[in-house]
Design a protein around this ligand. Sequence first.
Ligand code: DQQ
Length: 494
Amino acid sequence: MSTRYEPYRPQFHFSPKQGWINDPNGLIWWGGKYHLFYQHYPDAPLHGPMHWGHAVSDDLFHWQDLPIALAPDAPAAPGDRSGIFSGSAVDDDGVLTLIYTQFTDTNARPGYPPETQAIATSRDGVTFVKAEENPVIGTRPEEATSGFRDPKVWKGDDGLWRMVLGSGDEQGGKVLLYCSPDLRNWEYLGVLYRGDRTLGTMWECPDLFPIGDKWALIVSVNVDGKQGVVWFAGRFENERFEPETQGWCDFGPDFYAAQTFQDGAGRRILIAWMSRWGAKIPTAADGWAGAMTLPRELYLDENGRLASRPVEEVRTLRASEKPALELTGIVPKEGSPRGSGPEEVLLELSPDVLGDLLEIEVEVEAPGDRGPGSAFGFKLFRSSDGVQEVEVGLEAAPGSSMDKGALRLYVDRERGTVGDGGRFECEMASATAQLRLFVDRSSVEVFTADGSVMTANVFPRQPGNRGVALFAKGEPFVVRSLRIWRLESPLAKG
Ligand code: DQQ
């Protein structure tokens, strides 16, 4: 770790010491440890010839860097961008096996297929050897015109390996399905599931997994400038997937290329790249770019929707069991303004007291009809004069009430970041809003009690912009409880 002060360096999110990272790859619980591989270009904070970086952890928060697991072959010509694209990991009878897309830069290597599937193996979980049989899938099916990448592999109940691959054509995204007895000989079983143009024409990083009594499929989509991860939950029968419900895995701007795995305790855990293509990345000036989201545990809610909550281990980051701040029953003053009354800052918290790594838990009620412009929430990354800040709030559409389900969660970072601005929203489903916010040096993740999430990077304009304030405007909200914990940095502990 550089000894230089890096104001944006995430403390409890994984980030590279130097160079670029994007998609998480090869997530697996293996040899008694969590393994995180990731798309990596070690030489500069930009997407160059891709490698797989590698780190391990006992608890999903304290990561130990290991040597690069997979590196591109020697360049065939100057500027050759060929490299190792995304993929997954399995335990093949004690052999840790990585399955990835070999991306070939056809300018440097004319005549080669641009994307083939390959494998590499390791017995010690540190050193990997590319298989002699590569590529294990050398040609794409004719119907897959827009891409052929990002293999996710698992073992079926019948003992055969299955692989999903991302693809598409001008009509929409597609997920292709393959089957193999030995990870080396693959049979194409056809299109598992396809979408229409409303979700883009190329689906990246597909993942299909059982959850509850259903199967879920997630895909990363890029449509009209919006990038994100869509989930479908439904049935997987006769090598085809039939969705019953559908939604977004995260409503924030910085969440892409998610991958899941099942850990030793049987949990289905998801990690995503906490950024997106084309993002403004001010940390590049410090020589690094990109971070991973908090690990999230997935579950199906009572309506058959795929929902997320932070993994339990996040609680071990709390600096003390008792919150640094605990308030209950903040009720509005008699005669609080109705309708679009002025904004009131209810509480101003100094970073000198709270520090800059926070978990905030709040339970709010919005009784009765809401006036227009009513909102409640937090101002984060706030400058001492309150001019620069990021708002995380709950707002009500006119005439709505919480039990009509018309409250909206929003993150507005327009005035608080040197990165990309923007305002992002998600509808709340529950009658009483419970939120859990995690604030790291350059991100905020908001989890709702009904399983939605919003993830946003924030690169504060000044390093000292770390204030937190509670605000309300318009129709009164009742704060049933507010608890704030200081979090300890896993980096400080090494
Ligand atoms: N990132 C990888 C691809 C994948 C894309 C390249 C998604 O394998 O499709 O770095 O972010």
